[in-house]
Design a protein around this ligand. Structure first.
Ligand code: GDP
Ligand code: MG
Length: 176
């Protein structure tokens, strides 16, 4: 089957691990200090269900509750990874606002999204329960995953499950 191009955007509050998740997925390593202001695009060929994908992941510099949703992220993207840190209640509140703005800007009721609670290795500092994350994702009809970029826990799943979700979305145009 021919290569399919898929554009994915990583969004979320600062320091939640957006860049670390991208770098872990694309390069297979954990980088401890990565310039938080850099906005980078990572590319990787991924194979899911015997389909090859040319995945382009835009690692945004991050948003907060006051950010106006950047219009460039509402165009030409197939799916979104919305990241919070399980150690930060603030990042969990901010991700809800980002999601509302995303739907608003897209003018859609449904957008393929993976909600990611990152930094599970810091379980002693956990501030957001798994249940809270799962419930939020359910209310969005989104995929939910808890991950650790540091320990490479469930990182590839984010992208694989999003690619599958985008695929089924394309197959159900009436749901768009
Ligand atoms: P971004 O601002 O969302 O892109 O966040 P970064 O990827 O730059 O990560 C912010 C900080 O959190 C850095 O010091 C990372 O090393 C750290 N970090 C990211 N992911 C994890 C993780 O899964 N576990 C732990 N313990 N630290 C992490
Ligand atoms: Mg970053």
């Amino acid at each position: 089957m021919p290569l399919k191009e898929r554009n994915i955007a990583m969004m979320g509050y600062s320091s939640v691990g957006k860049s670390s998740l991208c770098i872990q997925f694309v390069e297979g390593q954990f980088v401890d200090s990565y310039d938080p202001t850099i906005e980078n695009t990572f590319t990787k060929i991924a194979r899911v269900n015997s389909q090859d994908y040319d995945v382009k992941v835009v690692d945004t510099a991050g948003q907060d509750e006051y950010s106006i949703f950047p219009v460039q992220y509402s165009m030409d993207f197939h799916g979104y990874v919305l990241v919070y840190s399980i150690t930060s209640q603030k990042s969990f509140e901010v991700i809800k606002i980002i999601y509302e703005k995303l739907l608003d800007v897209m003018g859609k009721k449904y957008v393929p999204v993976v909600l990611v609670g990152n930094k599970t290795d810091l379980h002693q500092e956990r501030m957001v329960s798994t249940e809270e994350g799962r419930k939020l994702a359910e209310s969005w009809r989104a995929i939910f995953l808890e991950t650790s970029a540091k320990q490479n826990e469930s990182v590839a799943d984010i992208f694989h499950r999003l690619l599958i979700s985008i695929e089924s979305e394309n197959g159900n145009p009436q749901e768009k």
